[in-house]
Design a binder for this molecule. Sequence first.
Ligand SMILES: [Zn+2]
Ligand SMILES: [Zn+2]
Ligand SMILES: [Zn+2]
Length: 291
Amino acid sequence: MPTPLNATNSDIIAMLRDGHSNLRISRELRCDKTRVARLRIELGLSNVVLQPLTLEQKWATKTRPVEGGHLEWVGERAKTSGTPVMRYKEVGYSPAAVAFRMKHGREPQGYVRAECDFKHCVAPDHVNDEAGRQQARLARRAERGMGALPTVCVSGHDMTEHARLEPDGTAYCGLCKLLDKQAKRDPSIPRPHRQRPTSLEEALRIHAEPVDGGHVRWLGGTSHSTPRVWFNGTTYSAYRIAFRVQHGRDPEGQVRPSCDMPLCVAGAHMEDRPMRQRTNSLYDAIFGAAS
Ligand SMILES: [Zn+2]
Ligand SMILES: [Zn+2]
Ligand SMILES: [Zn+2]
């Protein structure tokens, strides 16, 4: 038995053409909603939009100002991460990305999020896209005088491609981080192979980053305010190794950098006791020992 029709197709089509929603038509004409929907598709008519607010207006109704210029998201959140999410006209949006578009008037490049101290903040002034974040971090790096980015990471990856920056401007290898993450997610994937230093010089180089002014920043550990290199179960003073690499001989007495950059391990800036004494007597000869 075919389902009895309680409205003619032309009745439905007339209402569709008048711009009513499927629900309203099916209620008014006492007919099946799927039948209305099918006719709508056949006629190529789009669904009736009941959302009276714009995306930005809906976004605004889900935010709450927080002290410090932050904006708290009071709408829906992703279940595990707690990241703000929203739907508008059946499409999912990132509230942070909406905030970015409101502020910059363009589509963001990459993931949008805030770097302020309020978690999941959606304040348009606090969010940034990938490009903006890298720019801000590069500026921070320049401000701190941290110099050019390293060209190779400890695992030998090309840093001109994989270098990423922490909020404070410190560089790290994006590929190493990705491989670490994958290994954590799937324990069957072998841990990324860390380049094990085969010599003391290499152990030194792994933790050293050349910076402006011929200095070399120490990124490794220290003890008693001296950079320390760990190699084959023993720790060495990075100053002594840098000295030996530079001069091809073992230093005499204590080795310290002669420059003014703290913990600099540039070979050319290392001085041992005899060199310091020579510098001092040279200084005395020029400026007078007891003038
Ligand atoms: Zn904020
Ligand atoms: Zn790497
Ligand atoms: Zn130096």
